[in-house]
Design a protein around this ligand. Sequence first.
Ligand code: SF4
Length: 876
Amino acid sequence: MASASISWLAKLSDQHVIVTANRRLALYWQEQYAAYQRGLGHTVWQTLDIIPYQSWLVRCYQSGIDNGLLTPQLLLNEQQELSIWETIISHSARPLLQLAAVAKEAKRAWQLLWEWQCSLDHPSFTHSEDCTAFQQWAQQFQQHLTLQQWLDCSQLPEIVYNLLQQHSELMPRHMVWLGFIELVPQQQKIIELLLKQGSTCQQFAFSEQVATVHCLTAPNQATEIRTMARWAKNLLNNPAHRVGCIVPDIAAIRPELLRTFTEIFVPELLLEPNNIDTRLPFNISAGLALHEYPIIYAALQALQLNQAQIPTSVLLHLLRAPFFGPAAELFAQVRLQGQLRPYHQHKFSPPQLLSWLQSQKVECQWLRNMIQLISHITHQTTQQAPSQWAQSFSEQLELLGWPGERTLNSEEYQLLQKWQALLAGLASLDIIYPSLSSKMAWTKLQALAAATLFQPQTPESKLQILGTLEAVGQRFTHLWVMGLDDNHWPSKPSPNNFLPLSLQRDKLMPQASSERETDYCKRLLSHYYQSSAQVIVSYSQQAADTMLRPSRLINELTCLGLNELMLADDIQLAELVAAAAKVEEVELSSAPPVSAPELVRGGVGLLKSQAACAFKAFAEYRLGAKLAETWELGIAATERGNLLHSCLEYIWGRLGSQQQLLKLTAQELLDIIQQAIAQAISQFKSTRATMLNHKLWQIESQRLTKLLLAWLEKEKQRKDFTVIATEQAVELNLGGLALTLKIDRIDQLASGEYVIIDYKTSKVQAQWQAEHLTEPQLPLYCISSPYPIAAVSLAQVRNDEMKFHGLAQSDGLLPQLKTADDWQNMLASWQQLLEQLGAQFLAGHAAIAPRDKQTCELCQLELVCRIRGKAVVSDE
Ligand code: SF4
């Protein structure tokens, strides 16, 4: 393959300039040529002038300046151009929401005008409002550039053309254009000039090879990718092969491609994903945008500390990310996360944050750095030039210890260099904006990161996974082009919004019409067929709910069955892991008994866990396994429950009986409820860290008022009762296990009987039979109560449904309660079961034995008990 593909290059001399459509292609042919020379036994050779088109233009321009033939002008970079468009558009009379997107589209329209050599004065610009608006923006853009003596990339070819026209001595004598599917009129003009002045110009195309092409159908995209990866792996067993996989819209499915190819080629790497890209035996193009890499993402998050309102999510990220502070302080940072969560607010002002940071008792570098940084930020200037922001941002990250003390991998080193380039890009905006707010500077930096694709440098590989254009001009022994279904190939027209449609169609501009797209895709296929001896094209039959057919450009090809590829057996990663794993079974039916020095704290929850699954109780109450509190905005559900409990305790403390309740006027009842709420909220604020604002508390008060009014209405409809205890603490000893309980409420009815009530704000579901006991709470209260209890009930206090749920000795003690068949017998069996559970816990009974499947679904310990690997859960 090498000699055939390189023979044309070997005939060229240092008189030739070979311009390529992109940088990747220039590198590819430079490497091919070097390999060819080494193959001839040479250790030194004359390098060929292989250069990307855009770089060649810049080189010509620079040479014009160096020779005194051109007046130097500042050549704008992409971000500078976009910022000028944004500034002009933002001052236009039309209100625009997506300023950045509109600026990008306008910039592209401007580029198309120059490439296709169209005039801005074309009469069709008056046909639509968008086109007219663009015409005005473009005129302002041009005037601004002329005034400032700046030059943009769209006009650079015109400058080079004029330069070459006037100074033919600067012209290359021989030129080869490589990897261009089509030459735009602007490029054709340059070629015509070269030819007219006596230079040779040649557009390179492979001619010695026409492929055998087959079409393969896959049921879905995942199978299509997987089959392509297995096919490539099979071929790479032969070191002479160079394999290409072409993927339209590669950026959109890059993660799937990376995962599948890694799983097929080096599955073990999936288990240690850090630095994965740099150790793969294949090269995959279309890197991620810079802000998608964790180290850059973390830096951008940290710089949000400059905002007037700092999102809590940013602080939590900074506490979790490994790029700030010493790794040894991880536990201190976890503790700080725990301190931050109870605030339940999604933003902090810098002074609020500073006061929170200063109130923390945790000793760690992270905290000290943050205090220093936030103090610094609160005094910094609010407006400064982009280059000053670049400097400030850099210093701020240094203060925070970014990128941390851990050893960086090769990808992260490359990313640090990219970060410096990003800051330089921000600084380059000085010429556009004399000053920016910190928020605007951050937005610009973020936009720059989002627009910059980064692919870690990897060694040259025999397997290239490429987008549709990157593959043009490269040579392969085998090529697979996937995704050629009738929905995507040719792609649907998508003309530019700011250029007249008739103009775009007349000139055959990109994506202007379906005919143009069809022709373009045909040309691409023809390039692929000439670049490899064997080509497979493929499509999937289904994408989500849509059935797909082959593109009309490939439906006459010979079909190839999956089994004709003769691939090795497909082994899934899970099977490989299972086969390689050495599983060590630890049978844990009993732990050491609880002995004197061991301090076990628990209440109802302990016995509830023991009843659900002995291991759960063991893990939670003896090993201390506990899930971190999840961060919720506003007031957490458990806190809402506590507020309701406090309110009801206050109300019944004031009223004492149903008779008192019934005597109240509507206004008196409302007053008591509001006093109860005010007291509950004040108590909450005095015991919990909170920075919730006044408005949120107002909403919570309204919610509680509505809820309490509805619940007390229900209480009015019961039989006469007196509340004799609220939130009563009870100590209980169950077979040696000391428990501390708190009974929400005990009522005495007019008949003299006692009932226990426990408030719930969640949906109530409970089974009371001893053999299926799911809620031991009420039975525990029952056996520990100082009064003989005749009914127990969970009171569901919810706006969607208010109800009592429980058991009674006889009918009518509380609404909706069921009557127990034999109350005394039931009390005895509860006593026996609870004592048994307590004794089992003390004895160290810790078998992984959940009561049923649902128990595990509601439990969060499966990573500890590994129940999934066991077959002990019955469906009952
Ligand atoms: S997940 Fe199931 S088996 Fe594991 S501790 Fe929880 S309840 Fe027990």
